[in-house]
Design a protein around this ligand. Structure first.
Ligand code: SF4
Ligand code: SF4
Length: 187
């Protein structure tokens, strides 16, 4: 086996100088360290964060309990149970609504396939990324955790359809009555 050549005096002197040169140059570069969680930087606009179940402008829920999101999920992280609306107890326009809706964030990989599968745009993703917790149960988000907040002028379901005579008016946007928010604004 060939013996390693001893390093010359020149290399032995030069190597530490070259190393300190790297340190010296780096001292003047822009610092990239992020002081999280004390300073929170905004995410990219299309960042995939926590999900949200959206509402129509009158407060009715957009989810129709069809389970397409659950079938599209590669991690089996979504559980949906649909139920029928009645004229006395209506949660969404049309026949069905999502009675039970859960997302298990221990499984979810935030890939976004579920929101692509949703036919009513009921399910979208927010930019919220702080999803850690100290126990497993609290990482299964229920419908109440995922529903969008009621904005001014929205009404907590169940209530009748305020924006049209049937669900077609909602989906086509051909609302025969102004949204409650618009009514409030014009008053
Ligand atoms: S983001 Fe991906 S992994 Fe998470 S619930 Fe949706 S489809 Fe499933
Ligand atoms: S979120 Fe969308 S895809 Fe999932 S059950 Fe509701 S309507 Fe269907």
């Amino acid at each position: 086996m060939a013996q390693q050549e001893p390093r010359g005096m020149r290399e032995q002197l030069w190597d530490p100088i070259a190393g300190f040169g790297v340190t010296f140059r780096t001292m003047f570069k822009k610092v990239v360290t992020e002081q999280y969680p004390f300073e929170k930087l905004p995410t990219a606009p299309r960042f995939h964060g926590r999900h949200q179940l959206n509402r129509w402008p009158d407060g009715l829920e957009k989810c129709i309990g069809c389970e397409l999101c659950a079938w599209a999920c590669p991690a089996d992280a979504i559980y949906v149970e649909g139920a029928s609306n009645t004229e006395d107890e209506r949660f969404s326009p049309g026949e069905r609504y999502g009675r039970v809706y859960q997302i298990n964030y221990l499984r979810c990989i935030l890939c976004g396939l579920c929101i692509e599968a949703c036919p009513t745009r009921a399910l979208t993703m927010t930019n919220e990324y702080e999803l850690a917790d100290d126990n497993r149960a609290d990482l299964i988000y229920e419908k109440s955790d995922l529903l969008a907040p009621l904005l001014p002028g929205m009404e907590q379901p169940p209530h009748p359809m305020r924006l049209g005579d049937d669900e077609g008016d909602y989906y086509r946007g051909t609302w025969s009555a102004p949204a409650p928010t618009e009514r409030t604004a014009s008053q």
